[in-house]
Design a protein around this ligand. Structure first.
Ligand code: AGP
Length: 599
């Protein structure tokens, strides 16, 4: 969802901004723009669609010597994706970029219009720049004018503002939307919505706290409250690039066996699970668990509900965060409230977490992005350590979420004595095989590529499975629809006969998850029912199945979770190959955003 960049320094400003925005493309956007200060005057360019359109528009523009600029990729919320609605938004002599939503923009707009100010866009953002220029008439000190502006805004925002009245300054503010400030050894200043544009550019970064407001020039940095804490920036540009793969999604699928080892390191021990982030006192008095998440993270949550109840014998309830927040939930303080989020910025999940905190519950985040809003708010966080995930369709983040939750269920099992010592040891042994299983599962890629050509049409896909393979079926269907734009649904295999089987015919594709270690015969009967109605069946199983039209043979394993992770890879590769054949941009699917910071 919208991305922000800012730059002060001696290098060519336009290229710095556009390169920064390119690193944020994965968040999803439908228009982009920049504003650059050149010889005390601001020049601004905007374009609808991809960044290449903005590049085309700015091809004859460049800067020399010291300067500054701000840039933005917009994912439309208020108003259509048009040039007028794209950021930066301008006043008489100032420009602003903004992520988030200004909830009271209508009131402010009305007040400004009464004073004769004309608005060019339909956005909430435009009020910021006009309000600033109004305040600048009251305050001689432009920072005071900026602060007075920010104080009047309700909602969520990360804001950068530049003005011809202070041509060496970028004003900034953050509340509820992420923003990072970075600096290099040579005195350059960078702003960005996430680490990605800063890697290889800034030497150190500060993750702004909510409520921060300030200004920066090449000489001075002032923030209120004075809480900016700079830390060295880890990582290098190469790891953030595609590394020879066609898409980031493909690279991320292939990285899973490596990142899974990172997720487990120091945590999966021979006889126990250890989390530095929590201790026995943290889980003391907990008799139930509630988990809230969205999308793929919700599927990881649902998977874990089977594991928690089976292994730790603790009741678990899983809810979609956007539903939870308005249902007036009953919360009791013996409940551990877990939120799961790849980005750590999902607005609905963040709000669910806030509600749990307000109700006095212990809260735990399972998250991939350190210092994200969710991580900052939760009492404790277990990081999934998947590394930057750029593909909008989540793959390695999901795998590592499921792994952390599996580990957590064993952690509880040990502390609640719900499993024998030897049974825990066995489970840990199986866990340690996961990276190898993930690596071996990639062998199926060629088969998925070949099969994909048969699945480009039809009137729909049903992914079916039982037990933990039901959430995996949901995830398979979500993956396919996100990137192929084909209609797909996930269903519990045993539920098909209660309605959906009415859709069965040769043009209905059933992707059947048929693990040998869990309810094989039951699932098989359900698939037979579909086959009898002439549905086209693709079975994913270690055992050949006569009634399937196609099959992908998986390796035999003796633990359901090993089958789970192998089938997860099959689903990811199959969806990706179908989408590639359909000519889609699998990294940036239409209408979707990587970080969903609006409700
Ligand atoms: C995953 O492929 C999706 N793009 C989406 O469902 C995502 O999982 C959801 O928006 C939640 O995001 P989060 O994990 O960052 O909170």
């Amino acid at each position: 969802m919208c991305g922000i960049v800012g730059y002060i320094g001696n290098r060519e400003i336009k290229s710095r901004l556009i390169e920064g925005l390119r690193e944020l493309e994965y968040r999803g956007y439908d228009s982009a723009g920049i504003a650059v200060m050149r010889e005390g005057r601001i020049e601004s360019f905007k374009a609808v669609g991809k960044l290449s359109n903005l590049e085309e528009k700015t091809k004859d523009f460049s800067t020399k010597g010291p300067g500054l600029g701000i840039g933005h990729t917009r994912w439309a919320t208020h108003g259509k994706p048009t040039e007028l609605n794209a950021h930066p938004h301008m006043g008489e002599y100032s420009y602003v970029v903004h992520n988030g939503i200004i909830e009271n923009y209508r009131e402010i707009k009305e007040m400004l219009e009464k004073r004769g100010i004309t608005f060019l866009s339909q956005t909430d953002t435009e009020v910021i720049v006009h309000l600033f220029e109004l305040e600048a008439e009251r305050y001689e000190d432009l920072f005071l004018a900026f602060k007075a502006t920010i104080e009047q805004l309700d909602g969520a925002y990360a804001v950068l503002l530049i003005t011809q009245k202070a041509p060496d300054t970028i004003f900034f503010a953050r509340k509820g939307s992420p923003m990072i400030i970075g600096r290099s050894g040579s005195g350059e200043i960078f702003f960005a919505s996430s680490d990605a544009p800063l890697i290889g550019e800034a030497d150190e970064v500060a993750y702004m706290d909510d409520g921060t407001v300030g200004f920066v020039t090449s000489e001075t940095l002032h923030a209120e409250p004075d809480s900016l804490c700079f830390v060295p920036l880890q990582g290098d540009k190469m790891t953030a690039q595609k590394g020879g793969y066609r898409f980031f999604m493909e690279k991320e699928i292939y990285e899973q066996y490596e990142v899974m080892s990172d997720t487990m390191i120091g945590r999966v021990l021979d006889e126990d699970i250890a989390f530095e982030e929590i201790d026995d006192a943290f889980v003391d008095g907990i008799t139930r668990i509630k988990i809230c998440a969205c999308g793929t993270s919700y599927h990881a949550a649902l998977t874990s509900s089977y594991l928690f109840e089976r292994l730790s014998k603790i009741p678990v309830n899983v809810e979609i965060a956007s539903e939870f927040r308005y249902k007036e939930p009953l919360l009791t303080d013996d409940t551990l409230f877990i939120v799961i989020s790849q980005s750590g910025e999902t607005a609905d999940t963040l709000e669910a977490l806030r509600m749990a905190k307000e109700a006095g519950l212990k809260t735990l985040a399972v998250c991939n992005v350190d210092n994200s809003s969710i991580v900052r708010m939760a009492d404790a966080t277990i990081l999934t350590r998947a590394g930057i995930e750029k593909g909008v369709a989540s793959t390695k983040a999901f795998a590592t979420q499921v792994m952390v939750l599996w580990m957590l269920s064993l952690y509880f099992a040990k502390r609640r004595r719900s499993m024998e010592h030897d049974a825990i040891k066995d489970e840990l042994r199986f866990m340690s095989y996961v990276p190898k299983v993930l690596q071996k599962s990639l062998e199926v890629h060629e088969k998925c590529k070949r099969l994909s050509k048969r699945y480009l049409h039809g009137h729909g896909f049903f992914f079916i499975g039982r037990d933990i393979f039901y959430p995996l079926a949901l995830e398979g269907a979500l993956k396919l629809k996100e990137i192929s734009y084909l209609h797909a649904e996930g269903y519990p295999a045993g539920e098909m006969k209660h309605g959906p089987i009415a859709l069965a015919d040769a043009e209905l594709f059933t992707i059947a998850l048929m693990p040998k270690t869990l309810l094989y015969e039951k699932t098989k009967s359900n698939v037979e029912e579909l086959s009898a109605r002439d549905s086209t069946i693709l079975s994913i199983s270690p055992e050949m199945f006569d009634l399937a039209d196609d099959f992908i043979l998986t390796h035999p394993h003796n633990h359901p979770m090993l089958e789970f992770f192998e089938m997860m890879i099959v689903e990811q590769l199959l969806s990706m190959e179908i989408a590639i054949r359909l000519g889609n941009d699998v990294d940036m699917p239409r209408n979707l955003a990587k970080s969903v910071t609006v409700e």
